[in-house]
Design a protein around this ligand. Structure first.
Ligand code: GRF
Length: 192
């Protein structure tokens, strides 16, 4: 990806489906001088996503695209991305699988945060599965998005110790804290 020249920030879209704690965190980091991106567009596949409230709070444009009919949805999203001159897409709890065509069009410019130490525990229910398998560690990973689910090149990872007292929600909380550290750091890493 091109190096950042001067104070210009790379325009970013964040895709969400839920709470949006990563979205909020990315917005806050983006306002810091030494983080080379700005959040200019929020995309959600549902109007029920709690994180949509950050659109109003931070005055960032939002678009809700159901992503049921993939080709039409792709076209709509691509239109909004172009309109806003978006150069980087950050998936943050986006629960839809983007079409291969869309991923190809934005190749190398879509990244995702996943709550496990990839390549372990791709897909859903990562914390539950890690505990069930008596793993000593879990964590989170920021990676490039490719057509193969949760399999693109890893940008950053952070390990978290699983204690015997952890259940999936305590582990999720611990990992989310680390997600909030590595997601902005990963963006900085690929843009600097
Ligand atoms: C995070 O755990 C992230 O790793 C996963 O979805 C969750 C989103 O959380 N992909 P939030 O909506 O950012 O709070």
């Amino acid at each position: 990806m091109r190096k950042l020249i001067g104070p210009k920030k790379i325009k970013t879209a964040v895709f969400i489906s839920g709470k949006g704690s990563n979205l909020k965190n990315l917005i806050q980091f983006s306002k810091l001088k030494n983080y080379p991106f700005s959040v200019d567009l929020i995309i959600s596949n549902t109007n029920q996503a709690k994180g949509l409230k950050y659109s109003k709070q931070y005055k960032i444009k939002k678009k809700i695209i159901k992503y049921d009919k993939k080709i039409k949805s792709d076209q709509k999203i691509l239109y909004f991305l172009k309109q806003k001159k978006i150069k980087l897409i950050c998936l943050a709890g986006f629960m839809k699988i983007l079409s291969n065509n869309f991923i190809k069009k934005f190749q190398g410019k879509i990244i995702n945060i996943h709550p496990s130490l990839l390549p372990k525990y791709k897909g859903l229910n990562t914390h539950f599965r890690a505990i069930k398998n008596r793993e000593k560690f879990s964590g989170c990973t920021v990676h490039y998005v490719t057509p193969k689910l949760d399999s693109g090149k890893i940008i950053l990872q952070k390990k978290v110790k699983i204690s015997s007292k952890d259940n999936h929600s305590s582990l999720a909380k611990k990992i989310l804290k680390k997600e909030h550290l590595i997601y902005p750091a990963a963006i900085k890493k690929i843009l600097s």
